[in-house]
Design a protein around this ligand. Structure first.
Ligand SMILES: [Mn+2]
Length: 313
């Protein structure tokens, strides 16, 4: 059955309580062990895990919805990282495709604590493997961080049916400097550029960064580091007002179908980033954050009044 509309839902990060609240608010009812809407379908933008208090609780809501067709979902960078973290590296005995450094373990701690039983872990990972890297529904597009057409073209013949990761693609995407890594990271982590020498900033976790996330839907011509920066205004103010290097390739045509992304820890009133681009990640994992949805009914120009949300309490 073709749904009458889609409810796109941003990054959840282990916060099952706001998720259940948002689904109820959007008219989804809990019956026979899952939420469903009589006429609409949910689309989750990825990043189900890490950080929050109910890692299994979130998967217990979203997994049955996707399996029963009440929802669609794409993979977030946290699910990608989890797959690499738990996949042995065939080229290095005893290692995994994502290094088990103190920082990487720390970032994955909440998930690890709730997935000590191998069957529980395997069931979660099996579901992550099934998540598409992007969804193209024709009049609507969904990806976790950036709709990067060159990146999509580079891996489109490497993915399994349904735009799914394969073992060889995950392995290639875990090797620094490969075309596969660049493509998968652009889609799931956003398009970044290295700041000129002498520039850097501290991110929300206190890590020093030399790369900034770019407003990937804008074309770089006439823009500056500051105007292309995607992140907190306090950081933007410190960035150079110089043009970007000529090798930066960004831009999303304003005539192309709307794209929904998560990933960027936005603050303030939810609003579209462009007429056909909306980010729905409003940092539910942060105190005072929101879990945000967009109720899409076919419009090609996105609107402020179609956003809805619950506050985290
Ligand atoms: Mn993310």
């Amino acid at each position: 059955m073709q749904p009458e509309g889609y409810d796109l839902i941003g990054d959840i990060h282990g916060h099952a309580e706001p998720l259940r609240g948002l689904l109820r608010r959007l008219g989804y009812r809990y019956r026979d062990g899952r939420f469903a809407h009589p006429t609409r379908q949910a689309i989750f933008l990825g990043d189900f895990i890490d950080r929050g208090p109910e890692q299994r609780g979130v998967l217990e809501v979203v997994r049955p919805m996707v399996m029963d067709g009440a929802a669609l979902a794409v993979m977030g960078n946290h699910e990608l990282n989890a797959l690499a973290f738990h996949t042995p590296d065939p080229a290095a005995h005893g290692e995994h495709l994502r290094r088990r450094s103190a920082k990487n373990i720390d970032q994955h701690r909440a998930f690890l604590d709730e997935h000590e039983h191998p069957e529980v872990l395997d069931a979660a990972l099996e579901w992550f493997w099934d998540l598409p890297l992007w969804l193209d529904l024709g009049e609507l597009r969904v990806v976790h961080a950036a709709w990067d057409t060159p990146a999509l073209n580079r891996i489109t013949d490497r993915v399994a049916p349904g735009n799914r990761l394969t073992q060889p693609l995950l392995e290639a995407a875990s090797r620094p400097g490969t075309a596969e890594q660049n493509a998968v990271e652009n889609l799931l982590k956003g398009i970044e550029a290295e700041l000129p020498a002498g520039h850097g900033f501290s991110d929300k976790d206190g890590h020093h960064r030399r790369y900034i996330r770019l407003k990937w839907w804008r074309y770089p011509q006439g823009e500056t580091w500051r105007s292309m920066f995607l992140g907190p205004p306090g950081v933007a103010a410190k960035l150079p007002e110089a043009p970007l290097p000529p090798d930066v390739e960004t831009g999303y045509p304003d005539t192309a179908p709307p794209v929904f992304v998560g990933h960027y820890w936005m603050v303030g009133e939810p609003t579209p980033q462009a007429a056909n681009v909306a980010c729905l990640d409003y940092s539910v994992a942060r105190d005072g954050g929101r879990l945000v949805a967009y109720r899409w009914d076919g419009e090609q120009v996105l609107r402020d009044d179609k956003f809805d949300w619950v506050e985290r309490r």
